[in-house]
Write a protein that binds this ligand. Structure first.
Ligand SMILES: [Fe+2]
Length: 219
């Protein structure tokens, strides 16, 4: 795999890096979005919406993503993450607990910027101790400990970041995290997840170490 430029390493929370063909990926995603999403736009949530792309389109995007030479990604789980003005997500980990019929937890996500209009959407990570006394509320897509994303300042964040239009964010989705788009602009991010059979073989930290130790990500 080609060498990619590492922008910021905040392992075990997130790593920011550059993608040489980001503009080509954005162009393809916008074409797919325009072709497939018109009918659904009216149904989008006021907090955030998760829109899975057709797996045939998803595979095209995976094939353009350089890290797909190292890891298998899930073509059924290439999704647009659409956060409208003043939307967001409370403190959660991605994916449900592993039960029959569910895909189980996600360990990581690669978040590719599609439409980022400003620097007002902040994502924060917390450690496990902060929420160890909280009861976990389970949903089909996530495990939640605190829902009010506008009111997370009372918790100490271990890391926080703002996505920009030029860099990919590799995130640890098995650490508690939240996000708040305190902006009048909608934010659109494309998320890539590991193939189901790959998830048990990797963690954020093992992948981060592999990418850095083998010089796939270089300062
Ligand atoms: Fe998440």
């Amino acid at each position: 795999m080609q060498t990619l430029k590492l922008i910021e390493n905040r392992s075990p929370y997130f790593i920011k890096f550059e993608l040489p063909n980001l503009e080509d990926i954005k162009k393809l995603v916008m074409q797919i979005k325009t072709a497939t999403m018109k009918k659904d736009d009216g149904n989008l949530s006021k907090t955030y919406s998760h829109v899975n792309l057709d797996p045939i389109d998803g595979q095209k995007i995976i094939d353009m993503f350089p890290l797909s030479k190292l890891y298998n990604f899930d073509a059924d789980r290439v999704a647009l993450f659409i956060t409208p003005a003043y939307g967001g997500g409370g403190v959660h980990k991605d994916g449900p607990v592993l039960e029959k019929g569910t895909t189980g937890p996600h360990n990581i996500s690669f978040n590719i910027p599609i439409k980022i209009s400003d620097d007002k959407c902040v994502t924060k990570w917390y450690d496990d101790q902060t929420f160890e006394k909280e009861k976990i509320q389970h949903s089909r897509y996530s495990r939640n400990v605190f829902l009010d994303f506008t009111n997370t300042d009372k918790f100490e964040a271990k890391a926080q970041t703002i996505m920009d239009a030029n860099n990919v964010l590799f995130v640890n989705t098995e650490q508690w995290h939240s996000f708040y788009n305190n902006s009048r602009h909608t934010r659109i991010v494309l998320t890539l997840r590991l193939a189901k059979q790959e998830r048990k073989n990797h963690s954020f930290v093992s992948m981060a170490n592999n990418l850095i130790d083998n010089n796939y990500l270089v300062n």
